[in-house]
Design a protein around this ligand. Sequence first.
Ligand code: NIG
Ligand code: FE
Length: 413
Amino acid sequence: MNKTFVKNIGLLCTPTGSRVHAGAEQGQITKIENACALIEDGKITYCGPQAEAPAGAEQGAQIVDAQGRLVTPGLIDAHTHLVFGGWRQHEIPLKLAGAGYLDILRMGGGILSTVKHTREETEDQLYAKSLGFVHEMLAMGVTACEMKSGYGLNTETELKQLRVIRRLAESSPMDVASTFLGAHAVPEEYKDDADGYVDQMIRETLPAVAEQKLAQYCDVFCETGVFDVEQSRRVLEAGKALGLKPRIHADEIDAIGGAQLAGQVGAVSAEHLIAADEDGMAALAKGGVIADLLPATSFYLDKTFAPVRRMVELGIPVVIASDFNPGSCPSLNLPFAMNLGLLRYKLTPEEVLTAVTINAACSIGMEDRLGSLETGKQGDLVIWDAPDWEMLLYRFGSNLCHTVIKAGQPLAR
Ligand code: NIG
Ligand code: FE
């Protein structure tokens, strides 16, 4: 048996349970001083006060001494576009000159320029680059994440991206959920014919993705000038019919009805929601849709921030994720997004912790295994160079991750 004993935890902070925490529950965190955790064969068998640890807990175990530090569950980044070719730093002058995100896309830049590079790169090249990102994330305390395709926009390259995601899941310590985002933009080949592209995707690409079991989720960029509500509905319903659960990029720039659609199709999550209005939020609350919010994107696009306090008030479960991608958020730093969750969304530190642990786990279908530290869950935890969780959110810009333990194994740094 593989046994790890994490002792002398100064403070252990975790949500509890295996379901979303909404409203007042978003801020409910269990805090245990002088704690320890016992992990056997990857699973937690005890987590609580050290004084009450089971007899013989240390026997035959690999001992990790937290030396009084803070411990939380591994962080979960529920929204990334991590596999892509090239970068887009050349868009900076356009941005500074006042061009908006959708202006750049209309000029043939933006997502379409990343599509060009992603089509050109080999599977091995994409894999090597992405694996580097995965290690960067692990070093910041992120132990599970979601990854989307969407820079292929043809069957061949979408499948290539999804195969890279599968390889990353199989070959790295990261737990990975995979999302098919073929409807991320209208490719040059279908310029001015979004319907034609959607038809082709539903006919050819989606069935191939489902048949090869390359994704658990189907996503769509429902936005002005990209896919309208009806096109988005067609994509998500077609995905659902093939067993892919719907999630949606909604109300990122304009509120065109994406949040309402999320409620109607029973989406697991609606993501971005910067421009969400009362109607949209009511639909999310009614449909039990999780709000995956991406504050570092608001920051990088110089936009307003999603109306998160109102969402919590309405009982919508909130997640904070990075949105890591080369265009609207070239940062994979989830702790930075969490800082913005505190400072810009005005979430409390406890609400932020829930947003990147149990709620994030629910948003990517891993809530039975991940998202909290309690008996029966996977032993994914982070030892932070901090005495408490507030310190972590307060010292923005520093990486306070001390040790990552993944399924009971301390990872080398
Ligand atoms: O979530 N909005 C659509 N997709 C990404 C941006 C992708 C890109 O610009 O490359 C987002 O912001
Ligand atoms: Fe995104």
